[in-house]
Design a protein around this ligand. Sequence first.
Ligand SMILES: Nc1ncnc2c1ncn2[C@@H]1O[C@H](COP(=O)(O)OP(=O)(O)O)[C@@H](O)[C@H]1O
Ligand SMILES: [Mg+2]
Length: 254
Amino acid sequence: MAKIIALANQKGGVGKTSTAVNLAAAFADLGKKVLLIDFDPQGNASTAFGVDKNQVGSSIYHLLSGRCSAEDCIVVPYPDYPHIIPATRDLSGAEIELVSEIGREFRLKEQMEGKAKDYDLILIDCPPSLGLLSLNAMVMADEIFVPMPCEFLALEGLSQLVDIVELTRRRLNPRLSIGGIIFTMFDNRSKLMRQVATEVEKYFVDKVFSTYIPRNIKVSESQSFGKPLVWYDKKTKGAIAYSKLAAEIADKRF
Ligand SMILES: Nc1ncnc2c1ncn2[C@@H]1O[C@H](COP(=O)(O)OP(=O)(O)O)[C@@H](O)[C@H]1O
Ligand SMILES: [Mg+2]
């Protein structure tokens, strides 16, 4: 059965998508069968893999609303893995459409039933909110990874996120836990960043991954070329860090 990991943080711009796409590529390089579910209406993870959203037939929206099966919406943008379920703007409507449905938090999990056995790992790139979409991801996931830049403002939402994970664990998904905190866009020369990192490590102790992702403009650049950085330019420090992070995660879990 696949290990299911959701990248979540209700703040936007913290590195969820960059982490999801680079980990997906790095795990594929490690020989893992990876599925990446783009669960953000902005569809940035799909774009980062060069998926043309105008050409997408069935997407995660169609899957969630029961209009297609998982098989129908999986795309394979590069040879082999990762496989991707793309997202388009439609997905923003799903939240509203699902609100009145019974069992709405279980939609993604139910629609993916039977698929987990085909993969070693399923990554879910969550939207920047703690609404129904993120809740669906948390119901399906085994672990939540929280990407965060080491800024004081980034800490603000952290306790709320921890509370929601706890509530979801108690009420909807007893397997769920916070699997790890990933420091993104890190600049070792910044005293403030080092201080924030120390604070977070004091609180989360062994949950903070020891590989920090450095600030590296190539992370953004690669996305506009439709290729994750670990494939676009594997010698850059951002790519090396993401590959190292994948190895660190794999070491503990697979
Ligand atoms: N390590 C990094 N160094 C520099 N820029 C980064 C890094 N990680 C992400 N970015 C850029 O920051 C912006 C937000 O990142 P993104 O992964 O889209 O965050 P989120 O999915 O949380 O909104 C994007 O433009 C992305 O290219
Ligand atoms: Mg994103």
